[in-house]
Write a protein that binds this ligand. Structure first.
Ligand code: FAD
Length: 385
């Protein structure tokens, strides 16, 4: 491999560049990114940047020192036979890393709707979150809750519209989601509420209602940014399909981060995880694969969210597992676990309880059996269950 092209200059893209150099790759590297900024971290956008305690979140990698040809403001448009087609001509490669991430889903309608994906989105939105502004947030999920946190701090009048029966119901289930409802105190949280469209002056509901708003924010999820690959032969299904080595269906092409759906040996299913930890760690494996080494990506997925003064952390993959509580969810600290039929830990969600998270993640990794009765007692450390 002489020339590696990395498409997408987000965290997964820059980490791929770093991994190439740290593995001793001395060939040419080209990093193509649609955004005009140098690579930055996204988690602070809905936290420090929106709250006004930071203005940016650039990663501190030295692109010059790594001898990378960074092409900001350039988009990949297509892929064929060792060539990436871009808005500024064709670039041929010997190795390709696909790291184009994900893009927010938007709602119907002609009214102005904000999303929060880029630094520019965050700075635009921050300027609108002013005292008494009527802010309607669509989606009580990770992004929606963090935007609501910042809007509340700014003294906005907040409405949150959620299609599901509780916040976060599609990710953590309605029982755990219901535990977060009190966090929305002082806001008009409307559950089971479907938005028809974003219109001039507000939001139209499917049931016929209309909610007036100065600012409308859609936080209804993202989709993998893989449209540019539609005309190529690469296997796409909920993102770029890869094996456990992060190898795609095309030779010398790997995929990482929010856009990649990898085969999980651990969970015997394909996973696509739209969280920071994956973008941080998957590139090391993808690059090893590209350079001909035998590496496997098999993490226990992890993410966190900071909402309404709570640090929420999750590790695992709990589909099909049963819920078990550790502590009173109205208390300041609590957690829940999910156990498989064989009493193995499948997932753990903690609120202000990082120790449960750390221990739980290790136990999920080890696959050991648990004692459900001990696990239910929040006074007993998870590692002693
Ligand atoms: P991205 O960060 O999306 O980067 C992909 C890059 O590729 C983008 O710059 C994009 O412009 C570019 N691109 C796309 N298409 C093309 C193309 N055709 N040609 C060239 N370039 C292209 N995760 C957590 O675990 N905890 C959190 O608290 C958390 N908070 C978040 C808050 C916000 C506001 C957001 C948006 C995300 C948050 N995440 C969080 C998720 C985390 O940031 C993502 O999982 C991570 O950014 C994924 O990195 P990535 O490099 O795969 O994709």
């Amino acid at each position: 491999v002489n020339h590696v092209v990395v498409v997408g200059a987000g965290l997964a893209g820059i980490r791929s560049v770093e991994a190439l150099r740290s593995r001793g790759f001395s060939g040419r590297i080209t990093l193509i990114g649609e955004e005009r900024h140098r690579p930055y971290d996204r988690p602070p956008l809905s936290k420090a940047v929106l709250l006004g305690t930071a203005d940016s979140s650039f990663v501190d990698s030295d692109l010059d020192a790594m001898d990378v040809e960074h092409r900001p403001g350039v988009s990949a448009k297509g892929l064929r036979d060792g060539v990436v087609e871009t808005t500024e001509g064709e670039i041929s490669y010997d190795g390709l890393v696909i790291a184009t991430g994900a893009e927010p889903i938007r709602l119907h309608g002609e009214g102005r709707q904000h999303v929060l994906r880029t630094l520019d989105d965050a700075l635009t939105l921050r300027a609108l979150l002013v005292e008494n502004a009527k802010v309607t947030i669509i989606g009580a999920s990770w992004i929606g809750a963090e935007v609501a946190t910042a809007a509340r701090r700014a003294g906005c009048e907040i409405t949150v519209l959620e299609a599901g029966p509780t916040p976060l119901s599609h990710v953590v289930g309605r029982e755990v989601g219901a535990d977060t409802i009190p966090w929305y105190e002082g806001m008009d949280l409307r559950l089971d509420t479907m938005v028809a469209s974003v219109d001039e002056g507000g939001v139209s509901l499917v049931n016929g209602g209309f909610i007036e708003a100065d600012v409308v924010v859609a936080g209804i999820g993202v989709r993998p940014a893989v449209e540019w690959l539609a005309g190529s032969d690469i296997d796409l299904h909920n993102g770029v399909v890869t094996d456990e080595h992060l190898r795609t269906s095309l030779p010398n092409v790997v995929a990482v981060g929010d856009c990649a759906a990898w085969w999980s040996r651990r969970f015997h299913t394909r996973l696509r995880v739209e969280h920071w930890d994956t973008a941080l760690n998957a590139p090391e494996v993808a690059v090893a694969t590209l350079l001909g080494d035998d590496a496997v990506y098999d993490p226990v997925p992890y993410f966190w969210s900071e909402q309404f003064g709570h640090m929420v952390q999750y590790a695992g993959h709990h589909a099909g597992a049963r819920l078990l509580r550790r502590g009173d969810p109205t208390a300041a600290k609590w957690s829940v676990c999910w156990l498989t039929d064989e009493d193995r830990l499948a997932g753990v969600l903690t609120v202000n309880k990082p120790r449960d998270l750390v221990q739980g993640r290790r136990i999920i990794e080890s696959g050991q059996r648990m004692d459900p009765l001990r696990l239910e007692d929040p006074e007993v450390a998870i590692r002693d269950c």
